[in-house]
Structures are given as C-alpha cells and as structure tokens.
Design a protein around this ligand. Structure first.
Ligand SMILES: [Zn+2]
Length: 256
C-alpha cells in the first residue's frame, strides 16, 4: 500500500486467483492500510470456478470459492469481486446462461444472509469457450439487480480475435452498459486492462502494453469521454510499470 501511494497509484486488486488463503486479521490490516493511503480495493476470486460443470459438487465448490473470496474481500473493504463464471462445454449458451443466473441468485442470497456487502461482478472472458460476453453479463445485470459486469477490455479484444479494437467498439461497450444498467453503472465500474496476445482460441497470454496490438489508449479515451468512474486494474506481466503508463495516459486525457 505504501509503495502504491508513493507511485501515485490508487487502486489494487487482491488476487485470490490460486485460492483464498487470507484470514480475517490480515484482511483487516489491509483495510486499515488501504484507508490510510486512500487506495480502493477489488478482489479476483480463484480461477478454479465453473458454474456450468456437469458435476454438481464442482458447481457447489465453485460457489464456495467465490463466496469465500467475497467474504475476505468484504473484511478488507473491497467493493467488488470478479470471477470467470463458466465454460460452455458443448451446451447451448442459453442453457448455460440459465445455470449461471441460478448460481448467481443462490450466491447473492448467501451473501445477504451472512451480511456480506460486496458486489458480485462476473468478468468478460478471453476465449469463445468461456461464458462471459459483455451481452451475457449485461443481461445478468438486467435480470438480477445489483449485479454488474467486470469489463476486461483486453479479453473482449482477444475473444473477438482482434476485431474489438477501435474507439467505436469501446464506446459501444460503455453505451450498452449505460443503456441497460443505467448511467450509475458507469460510475462504479470494475475494469481490467492489459496488453494481450490472442490465437485461434482467443486469449493466449497477457503482454506488456508495449508489445500488444490492443489499442488500450483508445479504451482510456472512451472511459474519459463517458466520464466513467470506478476501479481499473492493470493485469500486465509488468504490473506497476504498465499501471503507471495507464495512469499517466489517463491523467493526460482527463486534463485535455
Ligand atoms: Zn480475470
């Protein structure tokens, strides 16, 4: 937290991607430090999640992992927890949508019962085998009030095999959210951004900004033009270096 503040960065995503191993004491310590240094927090739940598994016990374990990430995230004062919701396998996307929706409702009920106040934000995913187009996630938000997508713009670029890569596309994505979930959604937007490389199956790996074809500068421009607020995490392999590039570019666009 101290280092982030020194660098002039203002947000951190707690990456529970390989499992939630943090206890309440550490989470509370993080909360105090984040408040002291004025840093906002979000959480990434474990990768081992599939709300469309053929095995019911795997769906149940997936929900438990998301809930655990949400619980610890809430202790730390995080605002939103994101996760990659499901794989389609060979199922009809409409059926997958129904199953994800059902799991989302179940998890929200459990969070509510436990009094855990944190947003569940399924993420736009990087490959066509994964549930999580922006349209699917916006639809979830329409069907379940209080659910908002975590928009990973780099994933949308990768899953479109490079097509989603213009200012108009980025603007269109923000407009879709605004039209369906309200202008307020863009005031508390969970966002991921990084360089990325794709192949025939979508996302291959994250890249440093300098090495990507993805036009992240135009994403920032769209965010500024739509007056988007919220939490942006840089998921580049060179985290703070690239985060500083994004922050610098954003500040520059914002001031012109
Ligand atoms: Zn992710």
């Amino acid at each position: 937290m101290k280092r982030l503040a020194e660098l002039g960065l203002r947000h951190l995503e707690i990456e529970f991607v390989r499992g939630v191993k943090m206890g309440q004491d550490t989470a509370k310590e993080i909360r105090a430090l984040a408040e002291e240094h004025d840093i906002s927090l979000t959480v990434h739940a474990p990768y081992y999640v599939n709300l469309n598994s053929a095995e019911p016990q795997k769906i149940s374990a997936s929900k438990d992992r998301i809930i655990q990430a949400a619980r610890v995230g809430a202790w730390a004062g995080a605002t939103s927890v994101t996760f990659h919701a499901a794989y389609y396998h060979d199922d009809d996307p409409e059926e997958v949508y129904g199953r994800v929706k059902c799991s989302m409702e179940d998890m929200l009920e459990r969070l509510d019962d436990e009094g855990i106040a944190i947003r569940l934000s399924p993420e736009t995913t990087g490959g066509p085998s994964q549930f999580g187009t922006l349209e699917e996630l916006v639809r979830l938000g329409v069907d379940i009030p209080g659910v908002y997508p975590c928009v990973d713009f780099s994933h949308l670029f990768a899953r479109s095999l490079g097509e989603f890569n213009t200012y108009e596309h980025f603007q269109g994505a923000l407009q879709l959210i605004k039209d369906n979930l309200g202008a307020g959604a863009l005031q508390e937007q969970h966002i991921h951004l990084s360089g990325i490389e794709y192949g025939p199956k979508g996302e291959k790996r994250h890249l440093p900004l300098e090495e990507t074809e993805f036009r992240y500068g135009d994403v920032l421009k769209a965010l500024v033009d739509f007056d988007v607020a919220g939490w942006l995490t840089c998921e580049s392999p060179i985290l703070e270096e690239d985060a500083l590039i994004l922050q610098g570019l954003y500040d520059e666009l914002k001031s012109t």
